[in-house]
Design a binder for this molecule. Structure first.
Ligand SMILES: Cc1cc2nc3c(=O)[nH]c(=O)nc-3n(C[C@H](O)[C@H](O)[C@H](O)COP(=O)(O)O)c2cc1C
Length: 277
């Protein structure tokens, strides 16, 4: 059965949202139905196609036209295996037909400034954010481009938890840091749509207003649970938090956030060029 705007919105948000009064283009339909894919067939991604997707991705907007993203194609099987060895619970990192690393690159602008005879540092918090945003825009544009030709993707931020290995394997200089890796291949299954928070929570008009948050999140937890209930075994860290009678998305995310994983990455970037002032 062909998807309608109504069915796409219901799949994405799990509730009836106000209908947008505009025609549903093929591109909008694809974006509304998009999903991360972690399982792939063995079919390789042709080099020419990979490059076309990268050229398309690099067409993303860029802060001040500084163009502070760099992408590393990881072709060396040994390097990939050494990186993937850190993540046995995510076998898609080792198994995906192609793997890329999307980097924020504050170094290139510094080098260009020196080449033009105006040497200066590009290592403050603004520089870090600008380079991160550029890399993220290129990453997401790549994902949408790849999905448009039937490929599936999974971004991989956990690479930032093992910067010693990543920096050594990719020969990353100071000022260049991974925003995320990306697994790429032809999906072996359909995957599933991950339900989003209700637009009432994430879209505000004129002023920010989260006064209805508690109620909205409770209802969202129930909707998600009705579609994909998490099992007792999936409850995060019961030794610390115990078992919840009802274990919804918000309990899962609050438990996840209570054990932040980014400390080693913060140390790495502070020690590799960024002053954050
Ligand atoms: C920056 C970023 C990093 C991510 N890192 C990982 C990761 O390390 N491992 C993984 O399996 N999925 C990762 N994901 C995928 C998210 O889990 C996924 O996008 C999210 O659950 C929403 O699902 P959807 O993309 O299908 O809508 C990442 C996504 C983003 C945007």
């Amino acid at each position: 059965m062909e998807a309608t705007l109504q069915s796409l919105l219901a799949d994405r948000f799990g509730e009836t949202v106000a209908r947008a009064d505009a025609p549903l283009t093929p591109m909008l339909a694809r974006i509304l139905a998009r999903r991360t894919q972690r399982n792939y067939t063995a079919d390789p991604v042709p080099d020419g196609l990979l490059d076309l997707l990268l050229f398309s991705a690099l067409s993303a907007s860029s802060k001040s036209d500084f163009q502070q993203a760099s992408v590393i194609k990881l072709k060396d099987a040994g390097k990939r295996a050494r990186i993937a060895a850190h993540f046995p619970t995510m076998p898609w990192i080792a198994n995906a037909p192609a793997f890329l690393v999307f980097c924020g690159d504050a170094r290139r602008l510094e080098r260009i400034s020196t080449l033009r005879g105006h040497p200066q540092e590009n290592r403050g918090i603004d520089a870090f954010l600008n380079a991160s945003v550029d890399a993220a825009l290129v990453l997401q544009t790549f994902i949408l481009a790849a999905e448009s030709v039937g490929l599936g993707c999974c971004p991989i931020s956990v690479v930032r938890n093992h910067m010693t290995t990543i920096a050594a394997e990719l020969a990353l200089p100071d000022g260049v840091f991974p925003v995320a890796g990306l697994c790429l291949g032809y999906p072996s299954g359909k995957g599933h749509i991950s339900m989003r928070l209700p637009p009432a929570t994430t879209i505000h008009t004129d002023t920010y207003d989260d006064s209805g948050l508690a109620q909205q999140i409770d209802a969202y937890d129930r909707r998600r649970d009705a579609r994909h209930a998490m099992t007792r075994e999936q409850q995060r860290n019961p030794a610390l938090f115990g078992y919840a009678e009802f274990y919804g998305w918000s309990e899962d995310k609050a438990r996840q956030a209570a054990q932040p994983e980014g400390a080693s990455f913060a140390e790495y970037v502070k020690g590799h060029g960024f002053s954050f002032v």
